[in-house]
Write a protein that binds this ligand. Structure first.
Ligand code: EPU
Length: 432
């Protein structure tokens, strides 16, 4: 097993290069199943969620050639199966994108639902299934949570999403791209990775308009060819480094970002007292480490992203004054607060609201990553705490942050990855 050991207190200086977006990559990789040709994908992050998705495609029969660490050529013409068993899906939430992609490819998909849940509650997929049914698929839930979807011919339709869902928007786009006629998704998610997926599909010959607004129109095409495509930078990885610098203090240039994707995060860090200087494809954060209170409500894009909520909570835990964070996307995303309280933070959680009273400092402590972003928050807590913090369960962090130790050490953090012996666990951990 491995853990991170951090000696807190260092300010951060230098430059960080941001990798490709995890949540784009895990949607675009299954989308290659729709192409009748080779897709060359650049800026693929080297994280374990991507490794798992590549392994799933390979096991299904795809030919995958690694050109360099972030570039792959994927040929799915050799895929014959439309069944994906639990052994393959269990480690990755986003494996449910294989349903939409296979349905779009061959009108049939049998995919086991990924197990586990990181946020304490159920993560429903009713909107995904409603979308498939609206396109004419018959959906049945088989034993062992296998979703079986089948259609003679998918037909375009109007689909109103009852909740704004990234996953359902992606899945319906994948299924509808080759359906006959026009599909209109209303109340669609607007995240940058939705636009990235639409751009990728359009590069393959699809006809998708309106991605990035709440109405997406997809006119079905009969053929999608291979293409060359570069994935957008990871908004949440960038935001995590921005929050880390704001909290520790220092001066860091965060490179290879789209500043527009980071507006809601920049706005909150500015409000809390950090300087945020935008350039074309970089953002510089300058901070004394002395932050002021601010209130945050997480919302679907372009609101403040829920995937940055834990990192901001840490930054505000030592701010001057009382901050209120309201979680507007997930029912339960404050599990990590117990760990912060053990480090000396004063945080009261009441349902979907956390009240954070800024304290003078946090104390280093043994903690664990409860999920990917909670793990990122623990890193920031370790960086600002007095003394030594050890973070276990870092398997979650490796799923979404490429070379996090190397990137943080390069800007002055005292963090290392340490191997240790432990009892083997049968727990299945699912991320994303
Ligand atoms: N929802 C439903 N029914 C559905 C689908 C979703 O009620 O059929 C609800 C959910 O319970 C939740 C809300 O809608 O309350 C939003 O869920 P969404 O479907 O948008 O989330 P997701 O697609 O499962 C993606 C990201 C998450 C991120 C959320 C919200 C990927 C692979 N995952 O999840 O990212 O938190 O959108 O932005 O794209 C992460 O990267 O750490 C992560 C968890």
């Amino acid at each position: 097993m491995e853990k991170f050991v951090i000696n807190g207190g260092n300010k951060l200086y230098g430059e960080v290069n941001i990798s490709g977006a995890k949540n784009s990559a895990v949607a675009i990789l299954p989308a290659t199943l729709l192409a009748q040709g080779i897709c060359r994908l650049e800026n693929i992050p080297n994280i374990s969620d991507v490794t798992v998705m590549l392994k799933i495609l390979k096991t299904m029969g795809a030919k995958i050639k690694m050109i360099n660490e972030s570039t792959y050529e994927i040929d799915t013409r050799t895929v014959t199966s439309f069944t994906v068993p639990y052994e393959l899906t269990k480690h990755l939430r986003a494996s449910y994108y294989l349903i939409g992609a296979l349905l779009g490819r061959c009108n049939s998909a049998r995919v086991a639902m990924p197990g586990g849940c990181n946020f304490g509650g159920v993560r429903p997929i009713d909107q995904h299934l409603k979308g498939f049914e609206a396109l004419g698929a018959t959906v049945t839930m088989e034993e062992n949570a296998i979703v079986n979807t089948v259609a003679d011919q998918l037909m375009g339709n109007s689909i109103y999403m009852d909740v704004v869902s990234v996953g359902a928007t992606v899945n319906v786009m994948l299924a509808a791209v080759k359906a006959r006629g026009l599909t209109v998704i209303e109340n669609a998610a607007k995240e940058p990775h939705i636009v990235d997926l639409a751009n990728f599909l359009n590069s393959m010959g699809a006809d998708i308009r309106g991605a990035g607004t709440d109405v997406i129109k997809i006119r079905g095409v009969t053929f999608l060819h291979g293409c060359d495509y570069s994935i957008i930078p990871d908004q949440i990885e960038a935001g995590t480094y921005m929050a880390a610098v704001a909290a520790t203090g220092g001066d860091v240039l965060i490179k290879n970002v789209v500043p527009k994707h980071l507006e809601s995060i920049s706005a909150k860090l500015l409000e809390a007292g950090a300087d945020v200087i935008e350039d074309d494809d970089s953002i510089r954060i300058v901070s004394t480490g002395e932050l002021s209170k601010c209130n945050i409500k997480t919302m679907p894009h372009p609101g403040f992203p829920t995937d940055m909520q834990p990192q901001l909570a840490v930054a505000l835990s030592c701010a001057n004054g009382t901050s209120i964070i309201s979680e507007g996307v997930w029912d339960n995303r404050f599990k990590y607060v117990d760990q912060l309280v053990r480090m000396g933070a004063e945080i009261e959680v009441n349902g979907k609201v956390a009240v954070i009273t800024g304290v003078d400092h946090l104390n280093g402590s043994p903690v664990k990553a409860d999920d990917l972003r909670a793990g990122a928050a623990m890193i920031i807590a370790g960086l600002i705490a007095k003394g030594r913090t050890e973070i276990e369960n870092i398997i979650y962090i490796d799923r979404g942050y490429e070379n996090v130790v190397e990137k943080l050490r390069a800007i002055g953090a005292d963090i290392e990855r340490v191997t240790f012996e432990d009892e083997p666990s049968n727990e299945v951990r699912t991320a994303g």
